[in-house]
Design a binder for this molecule. Structure first.
Ligand code: Q46
Ligand code: ZN
Length: 296
């Protein structure tokens, strides 16, 4: 599509609203909590939802990634600046203040081996988002994942036939006891489209990648998919949309909601749902980190 700046911005707003309605993500009555990282996708999403008149607040998790890149400090400041500019509420949470260690410190102390920093970071973020949203009366939690992110995950999970992860991939995950509803209103936009939106709207965002993103599998997969897209335009969108269409046939046991309704246990430590009986992965990580810190 060849659109002028003004029509492109309107198109992004309209397409986002279409996705929100199509996938039954939320309504104007919902209190929407947005995961804000200071990057282009989350800030562009916050901007679009604000312009659409939804009740939003941002939630920033300070991971303590403050080596020579000062990634956390810079991204936090950009999130604060955006919230102030539009008079929006930004909640901030500092991992080391609550759990006694930053994400890189947790990775250094933990026994986990594979993709250590990112898997620990994901675990802590998922736990913190869910806890904050549930305790503060939000009805839905949204992230700025775009089509490139979704397709990279889909491709990776298909390569290794991770059926459990494939079953769970959807634009919306409904609420379950102890778990907030989650939605991805930008799941049908290419990354270049969210970047163009942020640029045209004059949104200042952190352009550097997190230093731990370097060399991750996701980046390698994105490179392959970009090559495919370059040779056959539309490959990514078709792969994602056809997967969503095929899901009822691939997983007939899912029923109408098309996402798993597994019975979950409640963690005795944090009361959040967990797939196995006993302490959840998050509580086990925190207790391991704190024990090792005390022993030092
Ligand atoms: S922030 Fe965290 Fe990402 Fe950085 S440590 Fe990895 S997971 S790369 S979205
Ligand atoms: Zn727990």
């Amino acid at each position: 599509m060849a659109l002028c700046d003004e029509h492109f911005l309107t198109w992004v707003i309209n397409q986002t609203e279409r996705s929100i309605r199509k996938y039954d993500m939320f309504t104007h009555e919902d209190r929407v909590l947005i995961a804000v990282s200071g990057g282009k996708d989350s800030l562009a999403l916050w901007d679009v939802l604000n312009r659409l008149g939804y009740q939003t607040a941002g939630f920033y998790v300070n991971l303590g990634i403050d080596d020579e890149t000062a990634y956390s400090s810079k991204s936090y400041q950009l999130a604060v600046d955006f919230a102030q500019k539009y008079n929006l509420k930004l909640h901030a949470f500092q991992v080391d203040k609550t759990y006694g260690a930053t994400i890189p410190e947790m990775a250094a102390l933990s026994r986990r081996s594979k993709n250590k920093t990112c898997s620990i970071c994901g675990l802590v973020k998922r736990h913190s988002f869910n806890k904050f949203a549930m305790e503060n009366g939000f009805s839905v939690f949204v992230t700025g994942h775009n089509l490139d992110d979704e397709v990279a995950v889909l491709y990776n999970n298909t390569l290794s036939w991770q059926l459990d992860f494939l079953r769970r991939q959807a634009p919306v995950l409904p609420a379950k006891p102890g778990l907030i509803k989650k939605a991805k209103p930008f799941c049908r936009f290419y990354e270049r489209e969210t970047a163009a939106y942020a640029l045209l709207r004059g949104i200042e965002y952190i352009e550097e990648e997190c230093p731990y993103a370097d060399g991750s599998t996701t980046i390698a997969i994105k490179t392959i998919l970009n090559q495919l897209e370059h040779n056959h335009a539309g490959t990514k969108l078709a792969f994602y949309l056809k997967f969503l269409k095929a899901k009822p046939e691939l997983f007939p046991q899912l029923g109408e909601s098309l996402v798993p309704q597994d019975l979950l246990f409640s963690c005795p430590g944090c009361q959040q749902p967990t797939p196995k009986e006993g302490d959840c992965a998050f509580c086990r990580l925190i207790s391991e980190v704190q024990t090792k810190k005390m022993a030092k």
